[in-house]
Design a protein around this ligand. Structure first.
Ligand code: ADP
Ligand code: MG
Length: 336
């Protein structure tokens, strides 16, 4: 289309874009085991709406059901019950339309070492029936910083390059929804930043992004909305800022004038630690406890203070609060 000078042509306004890019209702998955183990209830009637245009983070401990959810969207796992709708297409009713609406970067990298990045993208575009003249191979390679590797063998690419190539591969058919399962696992810090920047760029250009991650800092910095799932159910789903405000925990860290051998009795009712004889950490809940009460108690006990710092809580605290902490089904919470 040719735009005429002086007469701005507004972008066509799509009439029936869905409000939610992805909508899950009562989504259930029960894996039927082959061995002695009983059936595994991986998703338990999960409801989730991912607004169109969002950069959405799906968090949860290992085994929470994140990959199961994504694999159902990708058409790799059959759901047991409920509905999963992508861009208005229910995955069981309209599997092909649903699949055409998403690009998926799986948790495991699988690529043929004998193809070059260019060949791989061309092949993928062919699979999705993208006509030659509409292919964006060079543009995509450029966007993920692999233009100079276009004709190199995939086996000569580093782990981070392969991950970025997978993102480009997921975008060949320009899907409105991009799904990344643990995109930065094993990617070093600098490349992680590059990948984030590209994901942000795609999002700003209108792509709805759903990503799962173990790195809570990643979700905190990148995502506008975060859902936390645990044991196959949603335990929180809120804008990132709202979620962060939910943490009702702060700490004051004191440097003391003299050594203490035990936490002072005056601070009964607070959670107190004495990591060093002159270092006292007092945790409190701002909603029901006042910082002033801590200071008065210390003054009344005759404990001199040289310095004090405070610590705000972050996503990790909320995550631990909502998922039952390190004693749940994960064992470990990684913070980047
Ligand atoms: P996450 O990606 O959040 O770590 P998964 O979706 O991989 O979680 O797993 C959710 C639960 O389902 C776990 O208890 C896992 O052991 C189980 N599970 C995943 N895949 C299978 C499978 N193919 N067969 C049986 N159980 C499975
Ligand atoms: Mg997983």
């Amino acid at each position: 289309m040719v735009a005429h000078v002086g007469t701005p042509t507004p972008a066509p306004v799509p009439v029936d874009l869905p409000a939610n890019a992805v909508e899950l209702r009562g989504l259930t998955k029960i894996y039927q085991p082959t061995g002695k183990a009983g059936p595994k209830h991986a998703l338990k009637g999960l409801d989730l709406a991912i607004p169109r245009g969002s950069l959405f983070g799906l968090l949860g401990p290992n085994g929470a059901g994140k990959s199961t959810l994504i694999n159902i969207l990708a058409g790799l796992v059959n759901k047991t019950g409920g509905t999963a709708t992508i861009w208005g297409h229910e995955v069981t009713e309209h599997p092909r339309r649903a699949r055409a609406s998403i690009g998926v970067v799986p948790q495991e990298l699988n690529m043929d070492p004998f193809f070059t990045p260019r060949e791989m993208l061309e092949l993928q575009a062919g699979l999705y029936g993208v006509p030659k003249r509409e292919r964006r191979t060079d543009e995509l390679l450029d966007a993920v910083g692999l233009a100079d590797k276009a004709d190199a063998h995939a086996r000569s690419l580093s782990g981070g390059m392969k991950r970025r190539l997978m993102v480009a591969k997921a975008m060949v058919h320009t899907p409105p929804v991009l799904i990344l399962d643990e995109p930065t696992a094993g990617v070093d810090v600098e490349l992680r930043r590059q990948l984030w920047e590209y994901v942000r760029t795609l999002n700003r250009a209108g792509t709805t992004v759903l990503l799962t991650t173990h790195y809570l800092k990643e979700a905190e910095e990148l995502c506008d909305t975060i859902a936390i799932i645990n044991h196959g159910q949603v335990v929180a789903c809120e804008p990132t800022a709202t979620l962060l405000r939910r943490v009702d925990a702060k700490a004051m860290c004191f440097t003391l004038e003299r050594d203490l051998t035990a936490p002072p009795p005056a601070l009964e009712g607070f959670s107190v630690e004495l990591p060093e004889p002159r270092r006292l950490v007092v945790r409190y809940q701002p909603s029901r406890q006042r910082a002033g009460a801590i200071l008065s108690a210390l003054a009344a006990a005759g404990i001199g203070i040289i310095d004090v710092t405070t610590e705000e809580s972050d996503l990790e605290d909320i995550f631990l609060q909502l998922t039952g902490g390190a004693h749940d089904n994960t064992g470990v919470v990684h913070a980047a």
